[in-house]
Design a protein around this ligand. Structure first.
Ligand SMILES: Cc1cc2nc3c(=O)[nH]c(=O)nc-3n(C[C@H](O)[C@H](O)[C@H](O)COP(=O)(O)OP(=O)(O)OC[C@H]3O[C@@H](n4cnc5c(N)ncnc54)[C@H](O)[C@@H]3O)c2cc1C
Length: 361
């Protein structure tokens, strides 16, 4: 069965079976987990393994978060590193969830579609085997109010002792380029969407030199009859490097997999510049403004920012500028935690540079 067919079947199963949040009229939970992406699943399974329930788990679709938008995108994580995620006690044997990786080379990254299917299969396992401990509901949590000794969720009919935010991130838009039409990063990352966004008459400005920027450049320059491309960048290209001890420099910020190979072979060699399809401009290059004026469309690939959070108040006071502990995820001890791409863990790579997970894509 093809991956696309499996993905469509999984979607139908969830759309049919996970009830909507508004169908739950009252109840108190030990935990509320907001978000059903890879981080939301990791929290739910960790709580189960730690013996903490009942848990209310809320997401609009339970399709593995943003991974569902990147089914055609090559991954940057070695396949074998995903296995511990799928084989914790809460997922049973984990074998069905690892099926999407059958036949893959475990030492290289695979398509993100396989990771998305793994997360959906794990989510489905929770739905089928742990519904006595985890209540899953489709919807959005709009507000959270801490009053006395518990969180009131939305209109207060549902309550929880602790809240775990795993609400994910959205692409940041570059400033400038007044009047130039934007193409969303999500469209730029998906080759099948680009023919509907650009023509051979366009000159598209791609801003950034991240993993996402490389994938967008690869997609645009790989199009039959594609546009001309201008790439504006601030930082030089950085590649993840595995050292002799197995530790990797720029593990989370460097280029990896297909994006790294393409950048080395096609970008660094100047191939596309020689054939007149690409111009690369450093932001410090004063002479670049001429090329920028010719751009008819712009795609930003400069990083991600937190998705809008639910409105949070503590004893009537709005909680603004939320900060988390970058090692534990604690926002308010015992009450509020943040995990996943919106609340990244700080890691230090072998060259001793702080290397925040937010920068990974
Ligand atoms: C080009 C590209 C390649 C990548 N490659 C890899 C890779 O190879 N390996 C890897 O590990 N990662 C990769 N990533 C990163 C990966 O997509 C993210 O790290 C991951 O999706 C983050 O998971 P998350 O659960 O934190 O957030 P998300 O996946 O964004 O999930 C958040 C979920 O929370 C839901 N939500 C938000 N607000 C609310 C609310 N108020 N109420 C209810 N639900 C809410 C959202 O709808 C969403 O479903 C890549 C990203 C990009 C752009």
């Amino acid at each position: 069965m093809s991956r696309v067919v499996i993905a469509a079947q999984l979607q139908q199963r969830f759309e049919g079976h996970v009830p909507e949040l508004k169908t739950l009229h009252n109840g108190h939970f030990q935990n509320l987990v907001v978000g059903g992406g890879p981080a939301g699943y990791a929290i739910v399974s960790t709580l189960l393994d730690g013996g903490s329930w009942p848990t209310l788990w809320v997401d609009p679709a339970f399709q593995a978060g943003r991974l569902a938008q990147y089914l055609e995108v090559p991954a940057n994580t070695k396949t074998k590193w995903l296995f511990p995620y799928a084989t914790t006690p809460a997922c049973g044997s984990g074998e069905p969830a690892l099926e999407p990786f059958q036949g893959e080379n475990l030492e290289t990254p695979c398509a993100l579609q396989a990771s998305q299917q793994m997360v959906v299969l794990l989510t489905e396992h929770i739905f089928n085997h742990h519904s006595d401990k985890v209540t899953m509901r489709r919807g959005f949590v709009d507000s959270l109010q801490w009053l006395q000794d518990r969180w009131e969720i939305d209109d207060g009919q549902l309550t929880a002792d602790r809240v775990f935010l795993a609400t994910g991130s959205i692409p940041q838009e570059p400033v400038g380029f007044p009047g130039v039409p934007r193409i969303s990063l999500d469209d730029g990352l998906v080759p099948s969407k680009l023919p509907g966004c650009v023509t051979s008459e366009d000159t598209v400005c791609v801003v950034g030199s991240s993993h996402s920027a490389m994938l967008v450049l690869m997609n645009l320059l790989g199009m039959d009859n594609g546009p001309k491309v201008v790439n504006v960048f601030r930082s030089a290209l950085r590649y993840a490097r595995e050292g002799p001890t197995g530790a990797t420099t720029y593990e989370y910020t460097g280029l990896k997999g297909a994006a790294a190979n393409w950048a080395r072979e096609r970008l660094e060699t100047g191939y596309y510049e020689r054939v007149g399809k690409l111009q690369r401009i450093s932001t410090i290059d004063q002479h670049g403004s001429h090329a920028l004026k010719a751009c008819t469309k712009v795609i930003g690939a400069i990083g991600f920012k937190r998705s809008p959070l639910p409105a949070i108040t503590v004893d009537g006071v709005p909680l603004r500028d939320i900060e988390h502990d970058k090692h534990t995820g604690v926002i308010i001890p015992g009450k509020l935690y943040g995990y996943g791409i919106a609340f990244p863990e700080e890691v230090i790579d072998p060259d001793s540079f702080a290397n925040l997970l937010t920068d990974r894509s």
